[in-house]
Design a protein around this ligand. Sequence first.
Ligand code: 13P
Length: 254
Amino acid sequence: MSRRYFIAGNWKMNKTPSQAAALAEALVKNIGGVTKVDVAVCPTFTSLDVVGKIVKNSNIKLGAQNMHFEASGAYTGEIAADMLLELGCEYVILGHSERRQYFAETDETVNKKTCAAINAGLKPIVCVGETLAQREEGVTMKVIETQVKGALEGVCDKGIKSVVIAYEPVWAIGTGKTATPAMAEEVHAFIRKTLADKYGEEIAEGVQILYGGSMKPENAPELLAQKDIDGGLIGGAALKAESFTDLVQAALNA
Ligand code: 13P
């Protein structure tokens, strides 16, 4: 398998710039030299500058948690792709379920952002996932297919090569409930098939598909052992240097 494991930390709305700097410094010390696994941290906008400077000379990459699809203009409170690029961002998380749920993001806005990010030279980490009600209704795959196809509308063969998909079942985020490895793998394999139908097997095989939702050092080995799980988008366990380091180690051992 040519895919590399990828462990990304989504720090969400946590840490002031000085707290973020302290965490970044500890991570550079612990895992800054890791080359066999892709590693990224995604702090808040206000900490991107300071964290970017700290991780700059390490192998840890920088990502943002959101961006606007327009390049500039009268969009009070928003951030554009080139602002992220100038701070050293390589990745941007798009369409996280918290953004869909609390900030009215739709498949359409996620699609516009995905295209804008690719065009600007950022690698989007596109999040998809079903709610508990949708899983119980038995519509998980339909929801995932709609979100994946929606986000990637108009994304060409070249563009998809810079996209990372994160499967985050909404009911598993921050709840301590993890999808079983088999449940997660079923959806990951389905996402890869959806990609293969659109882009062909070879391209689909190259796309990193991350799992997110209460992933921690204890459950990571089993999840990472699944064929189509290529890493994790980590929330809570990314906020402490020790647990994030252990997750990167789990990927190195996988
Ligand atoms: P937790 O790891 O805290 O469940 O969060 C997952 C997540 O939403 C990452 O984007």
